[in-house]
Ligand binder design. Structure first.
Ligand SMILES: [Zn+2]
Length: 128
């Protein structure tokens, strides 16, 4: 486990996350596919918002369970509370400043968010 530093584009939002980034995920839901995010989720105690609470805007849609946070200055989505686990922090790996997606080695798992119920049931089954 390592500490990584993330930020939005204008720098108003800064955060730290303690994570093992050998496993990352992507999702084809209407939101994630437009964001182009690759993500990794951590429990609350491994996420620290350093600055930007005042510029972060929360966006919700559909079932209004997931909460997507983005910077109101520059529009970058830095993290979310995912519908699969609303108490967790789902960090947009592309907003990390000290992790290089192109040179790092990791396993990428695909979540079929277009068929959320089926994908979530399959994920729960795989974990049990
Ligand atoms: Zn910003």
């Amino acid at each position: 486990m390592q500490t990584y530093h993330g930020s939005c584009h204008c720098g108003a939002v800064k955060f730290e996350v303690d994570a093992d980034l050998s496993r990352l995920g992507d999702c084809n839901c209407s939101m994630c596919s437009k964001k182009g995010s690759v993500h990794h989720r951590v429990p609350e105690e491994r996420f620290r918002l350093i600055s930007g609470a005042d510029v972060l805007k929360a966006y919700q849609f559909n079932k209004k369970i997931a909460t997507h946070f983005f910077c109101q200055n520059c529009g970058i989505h830095t993290y979310s509370h995912p519908r699969t686990a609303p108490n967790m922090y789902n960090v947009n790996i592309r907003s990390l400043d000290d992790f290089d997606l192109q040179s790092a080695e990791y396993k990428l798992s695909h979540f079929d968010g277009q068929n959320w119920e089926t994908a979530f049931a399959a994920q729960q089954k795989a974990r049990s």
